[in-house]
Design a protein around this ligand. Structure first.
Ligand code: APR
Length: 316
């Protein structure tokens, strides 16, 4: 019996692409193709990581390239290609520039790897997933955006630090678009199965502190951008992608919040936005519809409208 090695292609070999290639190698998850428009960067990063293989003991192949034909027959593809926001740039500049980049990526996925499970990371996230979907023609169960896992991880981390307990015992998630309008669901957060609302009643954390944490979660990306001065977060975004890739490749059926295609769920038609989904061997196997109270629904509707507006302003 021949064992087929898995292949993951990373479109964009910048900070997130490079971190991802290294994490995939360390976990021996699959062979990696690192593709970028810039000549030398993907080749250099691939060689650098490959040279660590005798030390770390992995035998996966890592290739750097500028040619799309090298992504042929990938099992999964992660898109981080594009520009990050620099001072003086409007959100709209980022939208139109990155839309052109991911349009080209979508067309090449259609040409070379139409059966891959595709994770989009390029911002503005929710709008970029819809562009890749449009030009790749992928079935909606095979394309998803990474944001919710990251936003939820930030929310969990902040809660764990404040409560002085293990991050592993905090369960929480964030709904909606990847932006200021995201909806961290306090009502559904828990520690070791104890609802957060009860944890507040027990006096372990105050409502004010939780509200502060919600605000900090919404600004999580900006907090890192301000600290780094140049570039944006990449370690936690890469870890978030890894957990989505593992759930797909190993059929783990994890429940992860991702920008998934809604077709009537949550009363939303034909839009990619962050909701909890089951990821297994068939990609998105199920969208979970969480019941919201009035104020949560209001926040979610606001988030849906913000994503719709961005989508409408796309000129492609
Ligand atoms: N084709 C291929 N690669 C491209 C293209 C293109 N048309 N345009 C840009 N790139 C490459 C750049 O050369 C760069 O190496 O995309 C890479 C982006 O890397 P970084 O600038 O380091 O950005 P990164 O931190 O990895 O974030 C990537 O994810 O979280 C989002 O907002 C973030 O949109 C950004 C994306």
């Amino acid at each position: 019996m021949t064992v087929q090695r898995k292949k993951i292609s990373l479109i964009g070999a910048g900070n997130i692409g490079g971190a991802l290639a290294h994490m995939i190698a360390l976990r021996k998850l699959s062979d990696v193709v690192l593709l970028d428009i810039s000549n030398g960067i993907p080749q250099g990063k691939a060689l650098d990581i490959a040279e660590s293989s005798p030390i770390d003991g992995f035998n996966v192949n890592i290739t750097g390239t500028n040619r799309y034909e090298d992504i042929k027959n990938s099992d999964a593809i992660v898109i981080t290609a594009g520009i990050t926001r620099k001072s003086g740039m409007s959100r709209d500049d980022l939208l139109q520039t990155n839309a052109k980049v991911v349009k080209e990526v979508g067309e090449n996925i259609k040409k070379y790897s139409p059966n891959a499970f595709v994770i989009v990371v390029t911002n503005p996230l929710d709008a970029m997933v819809s562009v890749v979907h449009k030009f790749s023609n992928l079935p909606t169960n095979m394309i998803v955006g990474m944001a919710g896992v990251l936003d939820s991880a930030r929310f969990r981390y902040f809660l764990a630090r404040e409560l002085n307990i293990s991050v592993e015992d905090v369960s929480a998630f964030v709904l909606g678009g990847h932006g200021d309008t995201m909806v961290p669901l306090i009502r559904c957060a828990s520690i070791a199965g104890i609802p957060l609302t009860q944890v507040i009643d027990m006096g372990l954390i105050t409502q004010e502190k939780v509200d502060e944490i919600v605000k900090r979660t919404r600004n999580g990306g900006k907090e890192i951008v301000d600290l780094l001065q140049s570039g944006s977060a990449y370690y936690a975004p890469a870890s978030s992608v890894i957990c989505m890739l593992e759930s797909y490749l190993r059929d783990e059926r994890r429940i992860l919040t991702c920008a998934a295609h809604l077709n009537g769920e949550y009363g939303v038609e034909d839009l990619f936005i962050g909701v909890p989904v089951v990821i297994g061997k068939n990609g998105i196997e199920k969208v979970l519809e969480v019941k919201m109270d009035n104020s949560e629904q209001e926040m979610f509707d606001k988030s849906v409208n913000a994503v719709k507006e961005l989508k409408i302003s796309l000129s492609l």
